[in-house]
Design a protein around this ligand. Structure first.
Ligand code: IVH
Length: 827
């Protein structure tokens, strides 16, 4: 019998250790299956020998018999609340911490000669819980209730996996009451709501509600299925064990006893400025945390000082809840418009009654797409929850059904009411069991995207299986043109200084600019005309009635600006002029080719070196490049295959835009090995191995691929399609012209010794002028920089070389004279 008891005790301890490793340390030492096996074995033993069941048995974690109600628990140490402080931000995001400085002043005032240290920790957005342990065993768990008495939720709390049923460590107290917060991790909340929806049950509004609903279940088996989590933040009473003198020591003690703490997200500081810096950092990190927090709690670290400071009414003087701006708020949908993006993507946007949320005033929120809008069933007049977390675009989270505006209608057959009534609440109202005279239905209909683009009138179309609908107007659509131009001019693309979004919208609206090149034909009179027209027609979008122009334009009407009435326009022209020689990658990104972002544009620039080569690159060549798949390759090839796009580029060149040429720094010969491009020919499905064999059969020449009559049938069939033969000829021409030895190319290939290297020129060279030397280096794929650093590969030194040469010597960088440079640059 003793052996059985021993076994039960061992299994209990082992399972509790595994659970701690898994849930608290996030470092499991055995596979889940091993835990499950032991667990089942323990269950069986307990069933047979219930008298040996341990008080910390993990089998309690699955929940027990349902209760009729919760017992009331009186808190020996009341569970108090905290006073709040806020730090509003200005439009630049700068915090005003006056309330926190006032808190610091009060604390210092209360402490006299002593100076405080502060602990700052998350303010968890869950439910406060008190856990009582006697002789290391969890004996009672209670909710906060009204602070004086709460409910006994012991059975439920025992199902929370990261709460120790028996305390760990060597310094066990005889009694300890731990305070902390029960919450649901964001990921577990999302999964729970998914399950709720799948089983046609109402989803929870937020993780806090889900945690509260789960903890207050009379049937603890339900609680056990909801993954809850506990963080400890304090000790209310203790007998025996380690005695702490500081709050931070208490936290360390709790950690040692086996509780979860918010690792990395709490800290102790000796001054309020450091506390505030930590707060700002946490506010930025807030959207990425695995759990919801609504601020930080700042506590005086010394427990003796806490005692000195004491309490006012029901809140401590030694702590404060330093709240974050709410991420969610309620407001009313005034209208649902659509926005047309650069690629024609049509997005429904809710126009809202202005509401302060996430630190800013929000007037618009995205509804993502038609499907999403219908799923959430957002309608005009609805009260909605708007969310803005961090820097993300504000979105409508859900409708507050109870506040939906309704109308009473005469009874009609249920069938005609089915429109938009998938919400059960109203379906009930519309389909009464007894015949009635009237029914309540929503005042506004369910949302549908318009059939035609509200900007250009072209049809709105949605491809099979795509969530996004698009305006089919292309460049005919003013909205797409404006967005395309805004993209073109923005910082990471052409970086046109002075030309703001609002300017572009006006230029397009007034048809003064249709395409990229038109920007470079702007002059002062045209810009002035744009402004005059804009001033004359206040934009409907701007609630304040201003013309919707940027600040730089509005300022032209004030006194100072009048002295130079065209300064703003001159700035735009200067910005345009300065943008005329962009890096090739930026230029390619600016063109707005579908699927070509910053990274793909860089690959294209590195692979081809010049706009001329990029614009003639055939699809199989593009598909050979790193990170470019068939979809992207096709999109690029299709873009350049359009006459209008080629004309648009020619026009840009004609107005003086010259993307810089650059050295080819990708090993193109490798990427363009024949078996690679053959395997990527559109419509010819083959492996690289088979493609290599075909290339051999064709006598290793494209001419062979085109003419040879003794090649496999599937190749001949593919080749018989005229466009495919044309493509092979194009490949032949393209590869012949490529700057790479393997593809039979031109003379501007790479010089291995100089390619990718950084040079610094200093002093006077005997024959070469500085810009000549620079041009030669750049033509060979090198870069010329103005100053010497660890990153410099060569310093080219001429007569009277000064400090740069000294620095090169000090850093051990290779120094070349002109002859050595010319040698290095030899092809
Ligand atoms: S300490 C006497 N620390 O905030 C001070 N409370 O307004 C007792 N809360 O209901 C509270 N995170 O549930 C403390 N790190 C934290 C907290 C925290 C969240 C909640 C707690 C309480 C409320 C007080």
């Amino acid at each position: 019998m003793n052996q059985i008891l021993q076994k039960i005790q061992n299994f209990t301890a082992l399972l509790n250790r595994y659970a701690y490793e898994y849930y608290t340390l996030d470092a499991p030492s055995v596979p889940d299956a091993e835990y499950d096996r032991l667990f089942r074995e323990l269950e069986a033993l307990e069933r047979e020998y219930p008298e040996h069941r341990q008080p910390d048995s993990p089998t309690q974690r699955v929940g027990g018999a349902a209760l009729a109600g919760f017992e009331t628990v009186r808190h020996e140490v009341p569970m108090l609340s905290l006073n709040n402080a806020f730090s509003p931000q200005d439009e630049n995001g700068v915090f005003d911490h006056a309330e926190m400085y006032a808190f610091d002043e009060r604390v210092r005032g209360g402490l006299g000669a002593e100076t405080p240290e502060y602990v700052i920790e998350p303010k968890f957005d869950g439910l406060a819980v008190s856990l009582l342990y006697r002789d290391g065993i969890l004996v009672r768990a209670a909710t906060r209730g009204d602070g004086t008495s709460g409910e006994d939720v012991t059975q439920n709390v025992k199902t929370i996996a990261n709460i120790p049923l028996r305390l760990h460590g060597n310094h066990l107290p005889e009694l300890i009451e731990v305070r902390g917060e029960v919450l649901m991790l964001k990921a577990d909340f999302a999964a729970l709501n998914q399950r709720q929806l799948e089983s046609r049950q109402k989803p929870f509004a937020n993780p806090r509600n889900a945690a509260a609903g789960s903890l207050r279940q009379l049937d603890s088996k339900i609680t056990a299925q909801r993954k809850l989590h506990f963080f400890a933040y304090g000790i209310a009473q203790q007998q025996g064990g380690l005695t702490a003198a500081e709050h931070i020591q208490e936290l360390a003690y709790l950690d040692g006893l086996g509780f979860s703490l918010p690792k990395g997200h709490y800290a102790c500081f000796s001054n309020i400025a450091a506390v505030l810096a930590f707060y700002e950092q946490m506010q930025a990190e807030r959207p990425d945390l695995p759990y919801e927090i609504d601020g930080m709690v700042v506590k005086v670290n010394s427990l003796a000082q806490q005692e000195t400071l004491g309490f006012v009414s029901r809140a401590p003087r030694w702590a404060i809840a330093h709240k974050f701006p709410a991420e969610e708020a309620l407001t009313i949908v005034e209208a649902i418009d659509v926005q047309v993006g650069r690629t024609g993507a049509v997005t429904p946007v809710a126009r809202l009654q202005p509401v302060f949320v996430g630190g800013v005033t929000v007037t618009n929120a995205t509804l993502h797409n038609e499907g999403e809008t219908q799923r959430k069933d957002v309608r005009v007049g609805d009260t909605v929850v708007v969310r803005r977390a961090g820097d993300v675009i504000p979105e409508v989270v859900r409708v507050v059904w109870e506040r939906r505006p309704m109308k009473t209608i005469d009874t009609v057959p249920a069938a005609t009411l089915s429109d938009g009534l998938q919400n059960d609440l109203f379906a009930d109202a519309a389909m009464p069991s007894e015949p009635v005279q009237t029914a309540q239905v929503p005042l506004y209909p369910q949302y549908r995207l318009p059939d035609a683009c509200p900007i250009c009138g072209s049809s709105i179309e949605r491809e099979e299986g795509e969530a996004v609908a698009r305006c089919s107007g292309g460049m005919l659509c003013q909205a797409q043109r404006a967005q395309g131009l805004i993209h073109f001019a923005s910082r990471k693309m052409m970086d046109i200084d002075g030309l703001g979004q609002k300017h572009i919208e006006q230029l397009v609206a007034q048809d003064l600019v249709r395409h990229f090149a038109d920007l470079y034909r702007l002059d002062i009179p045209t810009l002035q005309k744009m402004k005059e027209n804009a001033d004359a027609m206040p934009s409907a979008n701007e609630p304040d009635g201003t013309a919707g122009l940027s600040d730089s334009l509005k300022k032209t009407s004030d006194g100072t600006a009048k002295k130079q009435p065209t300064k703003w326009a001159e700035n735009i022209l200067a910005g345009l002029e300065a943008s005329k020689q962009p890096d090739l990658a930026r230029f390619l990104f600016a063109l707005g080719i579908r699927h070509v972002g910053e990274r793909t544009a860089k690959v294209l620039a590195q692979a081809f070196g010049s706009l001329e080569n990029v614009r003639r690159a055939p699809e199989p060549v593009l598909a050979c490049l790193p990170d470019i798949g068939t979809v992207v390759a096709r999109s690029i090839a299709q873009f350049f295959a359009q006459n209008e796009q080629q004309a648009m580029i020619d026009e840009l060149l004609a107005v003086g835009v010259r993307p810089k040429e650059q050295a080819v720094t990708l090993p193109l010969a490798q990427y363009l090995a024949p078996e690679r491009w053959i395997a990527r020919l559109p419509g010819f499905k083959t492996s690289e191995n088979k493609a290599a064999a075909l290339w051999d059969l064709a006598g290793k020449s494209i001419e062979g691929l085109i003419c040879d009559k003794a090649l496999p049938a599937e190749w001949q069939q593919w080749r018989d399609i005229e466009t495919n033969t044309v493509l092979l000829h194009t490949m032949c021409r393209f590869l012949a012209g490529m700057p790479s030895e393997n593809t039979g190319g031109g003379s501007d290939g790479l010089h291995a010794a100089a390619a990718g290297k950084t040079f610094v020129l200093t002093g006077t060279l005997p024959t070469l002028k500085r810009d000549e030397a620079q041009a030669m280096i750049e033509a060979a794929g090198g870069k010329v920089s103005g100053s010497v650093s660890k990153k410099t590969d060569f310093v080219v030194a001429g007569e009277a070389a000064g400090s740069k040469l000294e620095k090169a010597n000090a850093l051990g960088i290779a120094v070349l004279d002109e002859a050595a440079l010319l040698d290095l640059l030899k092809p």
